[in-house]
Design a protein. Structure first.
Length: 574
């Protein structure tokens, strides 16, 4: 799993470096291959073992050999030599508004190869003096830089969770541990995770730690002791393992799950109630007697709180809610009846044939799946036109005739134009079961204009769901500047759902805004925005995100039965 990521990363970096060199079309070949490898559902090392690398679409002999070298040695000579030639930190290229041409220019003229140097040159005003840059471009680069800096050292949950789970299973399989769980941000299911925290008990701590440090995925042992050890894996992920005593497992879980803000608040409460709280237990201040430690739930219980699901532990009112017995009954994966944002191969950037979408939905036991292809002008030619909508609807109808227990919804992801209008006529929109509308251009409008634009979309009687409402892309661009109060209340009034886009690079709405939406009584809709078959798995991430946003089943469209969903979609306000 992680090896695949490493291959994808290297292929993309090669493309970046070749672009900086000004090489033609080769970069595109590497990028295409990277995309294909990224969307494989089969294990890459198995494909390699079977000698079938060249069967991967867009992978020819040359790239196949390179992939093999990465799988064998975890590095690639060709990549290393390119990096020598062009010493630019790949992170620099992630800065929005700094394409390969500009990156090359600031490297050649100002010697900038890293984020730090870029920041210095922005501050000294040297960037704006370069040909083709100017104050506006300086400002944009500065914004882009902030975003890349913020995501530095963070990993997406979608990458970390499978890798960490595999590692935890291997530890467990050794038979040396009695019990192992995730703690930290991973247990809280944050969409970006710094390091992985694993916590457990073991009879022979030394032996257990020796095993951990000798895992073949371990690239470097950062520290090693009998209660805590840290390693860096070959894929660059840092993992902290803590072994604690059985009698303090619960309080250690509580402490190391965090968040730090939640812990500070909890400790304050404990003190005000006459207790002392740390990772070893909850103690009565006066007598020193330990009243909880073995079980996490008891730590909360003794403080007169109900147990707080880890996703809520961010100091956003969860402790008061736990005290008042007002915690939400969070949505669970089993409550979900379908995916409301998927692209078939009718979208030019989509790759999933309709039959495959059907199969995937059936495998997951969905009652419905919305096929929401792009409309024509979403910056991508080859989307649905008004004429295409008729064909799309009849294709979906035809597919539904053979289906039992699952229905496809004929949908579209229409494009929001600069003035808030859509790129399909009302006549087309009304033929569809579900209409998503999303912004794919003009991301930088000032607050007032952007708010007016989005309200226009919400007011459109045909729009059911506002797709990826903030437009953010992790590590690339921030969300729109919007008047959220207005937006939430109008969405509620018009029964327009706001999307929880589960695609890892979007995670949009984010948890804080989801929570506010829930408080305002707005409906939310989880969609994976699948373009490749393995993207359908993102649904799970969408549920974690919804839980972090305090969503109960009733807040989501995805928990409705097909019948109720249809009537919600058809009701005049829906
Ligand atoms: P990350 O790794 O940056 O995604 O975020 P976390 O939350 O996993 O943070 P991490 O790995 O540094 O520590 C795990 C948990 O341990 C953290 O959520 C709360 C607890 N913790 C660690 N250091 C401290 C501390 O100095 N004070 C308090 N109150 N809690 C701490
Ligand atoms: Ca952590
Ligand atoms: Ca840690």
């Amino acid at each position: 799993m992680q090896q695949r990521k490493r291959v994808v990363e290297i292929l993309n970096e090669i493309a970046d470096l070749l672009e900086i060199k000004g090489v033609d079309y080769k970069p595109r070949a590497y990028r295409r291959a990277a995309r294909e490898v990224d969307s494989l559902t089969e294990d890459l090392s198995k494909i390699y073992k079977d000698g079938a690398l060249e069967d991967i679409p867009s992978v020819g002999k040359n790239i196949a050999e390179k992939i093999a070298e990465i799988l064998d040695t975890n590095r690639l000579e060709y990549h290393e030599s390119l990096k020598q030639e062009i010493p630019i930190d790949p992170l620099l290229l992630r800065v929005r508004n700094l394409g390969p041409k500009k990156a090359r220019k600031i490297w050649e003229e100002l010697g900038v190869t890293s984020l730090e140097e870029l920041e210095k040159k922005l501050e000294s005003g040297e960037i704006r003096k370069l040909d083709g840059f100017g104050p506006k471009s300086e400002e944009n680069i500065r914004k882009g830089l902030e975003i890349v800096k913020k995501s530095q050292g963070k990993n997406q949950l979608s990458d970390v969770l499978p890798a960490a789970t595999e590692l935890k299973n291997r530890l467990m399989d050794s038979g040396l541990f009695d019990d192992l769980s995730f703690a930290g941000s991973l247990r809280r299911r944050k969409y970006e995770v710094g390091d992985v925290d694993i916590l457990g008990t073991a009879e022979d701590r030394e032996e257990a730690m020796d095993f951990f440090a000798s895992l073949d995925t371990c690239d470097e042992v950062l520290s090693k002791g009998s209660t805590k050890s840290s390693i860096r894996t070959r894929e660059g992920l840092r993992v902290d393992l803590r072994i604690v005593g059985v009698d303090s497992l619960g309080s250690a879980m509580q402490y190391f799950t965090g968040s730090q803000e939640h812990n500070v608040r909890l400790r304050e409460l404990a003190i005000s109630e006459g207790y002392k709280l740390n990772e070893y237990g909850l103690y009565e201040e006066s007598s020193g007697e330990k009243v909880a430690g073995e079980e996490e739930e008891m730590v909360y219980r003794e403080l007169d709180l109900s147990w707080i699901p880890p996703e809520l532990r961010e100091d956003r009112g969860e402790i008061k809610a736990a005290r008042d017995d007002q915690l939400p009954q969070l949505v669970e994966i089993d409550d979900i009846k379908g995916d409301l944002h998927c692209h078939s191969d009718e979208s030019s950037d989509g790759q999933i044939p309709l039959e495959v979408l059907v199969k995937q939905a059936q495998n997951r036991g969905y009652s419905y799946l919305a096929v929401t292809d792009h409309a024509e002008t979403s910056g991508i030619v080859g989307g649905l036109t008004d004429k295409g909508v008729d064909e799309h609807v009849s294709r979906i109808e035809k597919a539904n005739r053979d289906l039992d227990g699952l229905k496809l919804l004929a949908g579209v992801e229409a494009n929001v134009q600069k003035d808030g209008s859509l790129d399909l006529t009302d006549n087309s929109l009304q033929k569809l079961d579900i209409v998503l509308a999303g912004v794919h251009s003009h991301f930088d409008l000032p607050r007032e204009a952007m708010t007016r634009r989005i309200l226009e979309v919400i007011d459109n009687e045909y729009v059911d769901v506002l797709a990826h409402p903030t437009g953010r892309k992790l590590g690339e661009r921030g969300g729109f500047d919007l008047d959220w109060e207005k937006l939430f209340s109008r969405a509620r009034e018009t029964s327009t759902a706001l999307e929880i886009n589960a695609s890892p690079s979007r995670t949009d709405l984010e948890d804080k805004l989801i929570k506010r939406g829930v408080e305002e009584g707005v409906k939310l809709s989880i969609g994976t925005d699948s373009h490749r078959v393995n993207h359908l798995d993102f649904l799970e991430l969408g549920v974690y995100l919804a839980r972090r946003g305090w969503c109960e089943p009733g807040d989501l469209l995805n928990t409705l039965s097909l019948k109720d969903l249809r009537s919600w979609l058809q009701s005049p306000a829906g």
